[in-house]
Design a protein around this ligand. Structure first.
Ligand code: CMC
Length: 427
């Protein structure tokens, strides 16, 4: 027998079904509430509202668990790479050898940009933010390529997914080259996904760029760790836009716009800005004391998390696999030295220890991007490249669900009650 919850309001009482997920998490299904009682629920920021059921990603914030399609991020970072993890997210299963080869072949085939899109890119101003270029160009893809057909989703998602996952990397690198006024470097059929991206970003016809295996592994790890995080702001945006049956490219482009905000994908940039200030001042202790002072609004960016209260599993994985990249760069970059010193002091400080404030994913990802040589305005772009398979998987899940409905929240109206129109002369 399934659980029930009873809601009482005045003399009305309503029995509501309690639904249970595969990891035993429970939610009250309020679908019949308005019909039965005339009431709606109000939940600012969706702090308690589940917008859907999903098979894609499981998070347990208390235990520090993050799993894609049942497989932990630790397991994926140890054994997999970003391309295989993308396939897993899109299909709910790891690929066979043949499936993996086909998917890689598609990524290679779709890595070039249509020449007309290159012309389009040419006319952005030189100082255009790469996130703006990314969102606009991804939206424009819908003019160049067909949408996924709902009837043959399973076959076509490989093609459309590979097209997006491959092209976003090319667009990102081209946007960077444009911002520094250099000619673009085209993708190569001989390089893997991450190597190709690093090469397009950093090589040029006048200077050789040597791929470093540790950096390629670190980039794979970072992209895997960003690949999905269930119903976050940008993914919820993709689902909301997709729920009107908007095409895949338009839905993803909306997700890119949501990710650009500093409360979401922009936190890694805030960490680097804070570190620069600490470094300039030469006084780490002053900033730690400021963060502890309740009369001061200052907080240490990159510490603490709303969902992960004991530790951020993504930060732990980054430390495990990327420490060498950081160590190698730290000797050459005083900001990285500052970061490591700050982390060491914070982890010993009673204020942070007692509040369970550990470094989060953004603390390390910004540092790593810096160590690899990415300019700061590319950090959120890297987040977007990583999140692409998650967005596509959620769009697919939503649009293939026969019970899905258009997303249309209610509201409590707080404006004027009825009043009549005042002619201009009387205002
Ligand atoms: N520096 C100093 N004190 C802090 C910090 C911090 N970074 N984070 C939390 N606290 C204190 C806070 O003042 C409060 O103290 P007290 O109990 O004495 O009042 C206590 O810790 C609990 O804080 P809270 O604001 O209730 O915690 P929250 O879960 O609402 O906030 C947070 C989580 C991430 C917004 C917060 O930790 C924070 O502002 N961190 C800095 C910004 C940051 O790094 N954001 C990136 C998050 S990871 C990206 C993602 O996954 O989306």
């Amino acid at each position: 027998m399934s659980d029930k919850a009873t809601l009482t309001y005045g003399d009305q009482s309503l029995e509501l079904n309690v639904v249970e997920g595969s990891e035993s998490e429970k939610g009250i299904d309020i679908g019949s509430l308005r019909k039965e009682t005339g009431l709606i629920t109000l939940d600012n920021g969706f702090m308690n509202t589940g917008s859907c059921s999903s098979r894609i990603t499981f998070i347990d914030g208390e235990k520090g668990i993050l799993r894609y399609r049942g497989i932990s991020i630790e397991d994926l970072c140890e054994h997999s790479n970003f391309v295989e993890t993308s396939y897993l997210l899109l299909h709910d299963r790891l690929p066979t050898k043949e499936q993996a080869e086909r998917f890689s072949g598609l990524l290679n085939r779709f890595s070039l940009l249509h020449e007309d899109m290159r012309n389009f890119l040419k006319y952005f101003p030189l100082d255009a933010h790469p996130m703006n270029i990314l969102g606009t160009m991804v939206n424009a893809l819908s003019s160049f390529y067909p949408n996924v057909s709902a009837n043959s989703m399973d076959e076509e998602i490989d093609i459309c997914g590979a097209r997006l996952i491959s092209k976003i990397r090319t667009i990102a690198a081209f946007a960077h080259k444009k911002s520094i006024g250099e000619p673009v470097i085209r993708p190569s059929k001989d390089l893997s996904y991450c190597s190709n991206f690093l090469n397009m970003m950093f090589s040029s016809s006048v200077s050789d760029y040597e791929l470093d295996d540790e950096q390629v592994k670190a980039l794979n790890v970072l992209l895997i760790l960003h690949a999905d995080h269930e119903q976050n702001c940008s993914t919820s945006t993709v689902r909301m836009v997709g729920s009107s049956q908007a095409n895949l490219y338009a839905s993803i482009s909306s997700g890119i716009a949501a990710l650009w905000g500093p409360l979401h994908g922009g936190a890694n940039q805030a960490v680097m800005e804070m570190l620069a200030k600490i470094h300039e001042s030469g006084d780490i202790h002053k900033y730690i004391e400021m963060a502890k002072d309740k009369s001061n609004n200052f907080r240490l960016s990159g510490f603490g998390h709303r969902v992960y209260k004991n530790f951020d599993p993504r930060a732990m994985v980054i430390k495990k696999y990327c420490q060498n990249v950081l160590n190698t760069a730290a000797g050459k970059d005083p900001l990285l030295e500052t970061a490591m010193k700050l982390e060491e002091l914070v982890l010993k400080d009673e204020y942070f220890v007692s509040r369970k404030l550990y470094p989060n994913v953004d603390f390390y990802s910004g540092l790593l991007y810096k160590a690899m040589g990415f300019p700061v305005e590319m950090y959120t772009v890297l987040f977007a490249i990583g999140r692409m398979p998650g967005w596509i998987a959620h769009w697919k899940e939503l649009t293939s669900d026969p019970t899905a409905k258009i997303g249309r929240p209610r509201q409590i109206y707080t404006g004027y009650t009825e009043r009549s129109y005042t002619p201009m002369a009387e205002r």
